[in-house]
Structure formats: structure tokens, C-alpha cells
Design a protein around this ligand. Structure first.
Ligand SMILES: Nc1ncnc2c1ncn2[C@@H]1O[C@H](COP(=O)(O)OP(=O)(O)OP(=O)(O)O)[C@@H](O)[C@H]1O
Length: 216
């Protein structure tokens, strides 16, 4: 699913990731820990093929990083970042139907996704009128529509209630059961219980297994 070899990344000429070797296998959920500024979000942007390494080589879903092959695999990658990827002035229903159409899915698929995250009753509300948690739930519905092979979660647990945390756990499990993989950045203690193993980034330079490699 993911293979990085001696990958280095500069952000605005600042060295952020250095000489990373890392693999994520099919069916695996990997947790990523690290101090603020250690490079976790940058790593996810590389895995999402949104940022190209300045040196080293890597493949994501078989596509070599930095080549045109990345465009073909991008629709199979879902990145859930700090801010929900919703159009604020569209209703939740309009947002989800828009994404569904981009993916060639029927309106009923987006309606079902909103229902699955408990937002059917709020579907006519504009995204900007929804709470942070509701927007995050709608973002999870968007990921359900994508049915990604590679799920990248950047601190999505923050600010979610127990039920929504359960939805995230379910999404991770579904992706792995389908033979995909998940990379979960989180500061949550429970990271080990929802992933197969946990690694740590230290100043963007090394990724080492933590002492408590968890198993689900
Ligand atoms: N636009 C930018 N210009 C310059 N440096 C940047 C930029 N974006 C990020 N960085 C630097 O890259 C490093 C890694 O940032 P990144 O967001 O990947 O860290 P992180 O581990 O996800 O942090 P956090 O836990 O705070 O979200 C930081 O030192 C940050 O200052």
C-alpha cells in the first residue's frame, strides 16, 4: 500500500521529513504519534500524494511519488484533515450529493451515508450552520462515499463525542477489512486499541515502533 525509501521533504525550504523508510501493508491500520511540529501532517500529505519528496523514492497504492501516476490513485485515497472538506454555504445534503456525483455515485448513496453518521435529520442545514462535531461527522460521511483503499486521518478524534469516535473506529475497520490500509495520526491514548501498530515520528527524522505496539 505504502512504501517510502529515504524520503525527505522540505516545506518552504525548511527540512521537515528526513530519510524516512516506512511501509504500510494491505489490511493494516497504523497509528502515528509525535510531538507538535514533528512532521505528522506533512507525512500524511506525502501519502495523499499532495506533496512530493525532494529526495528518496516511494510508492502509494502502486503509484510512484512525484509521477503522473499519482493522479490515477488519488480518488482511492481519503484524507480527513483538521478542517472538514465541506462547502459552508451548501446544505449537508447538497455537499454530500456533490461529492457523490463526482464519484459517479447516486444521490441515494450520499443520503445513506448521511443517515449512517446520524445526520439525516440535519441534511437541509447549511454546513456553516452546523456544529464542529456535525461537520466532522459529515466529513466522515464523505469518506464513506469514497470507500478509500487508503484512509488518512489527521487528529480526527479531536472534539468528537463517543458515538462519533465509534464511527471513526468503524471506518478504519471497514477500510482494513476491504484490504485497504489506514494511517491514523492522533494524540489519543486509545490509538493503540484501534490500530495494529503504532509508530512515532521524532523531529521528522525517524519512525520507530513505540514500546507499546498495540493490537486490536
Ligand atoms: N507552510 C509552512 N512553512 C514553513 N514551515 C512549515 C509550513 N508548514 C509546516 N511547516 C513546518 O513543518 C514542520 C512539521 O509540520 P507538521 O504540520 O507536519 O507537524 P505535525 O507533527 O503535524 O504538528 P501538529 O501535531 O502540531 O499538528 C513544523 O516544524 C512546521 O513549522
Amino acid at each position: 500500500m505504502v512504501s517510502l525509501r529515504a524520503v525527505s521533504v522540505d516545506v518552504e525550504r525548511t527540512p521537515v521529513l528526513r530519510q524516512l523508510d516506512w511501509d504500510v501493508a494491505a489490511g493494516e491500520a497504523v497509528g502515528v504519534l509525535g510531538a507538535n511540529g514533528s512532521g505528522k501532517s506533512t507525512l500524511l500529505s506525502v501519502l495523499a500524494t499532495l506533496r512530493t519528496p525532494c529526495s528518496g523514492t516511494g510508492t502509494v497504492l502502486g503509484a510512484r511519488l512525484g509521477t503522473s501516476a499519482c493522479a490515477a490513485v488519488r480518488p482511492r485515497i481519503a484524507l480527513v484533515g483538521h478542517s472538514p472538506a465541506l462547502y459552508p454555504q451548501l446544505t449537508l445534503e447538497e455537499n454530500l450529493r456533490f461529492f457523490a456525483r463526482l464519484l459517479g455515485r447516486a444521490d441515494c448513496a450520499s443520503d445513506a451515508a448521511l443517515e449512517a453518521v446520524g445526520l439525516a435529520g440535519a441534511c437541509r442545514r447549511r454546513a456553516e450552520e452546523c456544529s464542529q462535531g456535525m461537520q466532522r461527522r459529515a466529513d466522515l460521511a464523505r469518506v464513506m462515499l469514497v470507500e478509500p483503499q487508503l484512509l488518512l486521518l489527521d487528529e480526527v478524534h479531536t472534539g468528537l463525542d463517543q458515538e462519533s469516535v465509534g464511527l471513526v473506529d468503524e471506518l478504519i475497520a471497514q477500510v482494513c477489512q476491504r484490504g485497504g490500509a489506514a494511517v491514523v495520526v492522533s494524540h489519543e491514548q486509545r490509538l493503540a486499541s484501534v490500530t495494529d501498530r503504532v509508530v512515532r515520528i521524532v523531529q521528522g527524522r525517524v519512525i520507530v515502533p513505540t514500546e507499546r505496539e498495540g493490537s486490536r
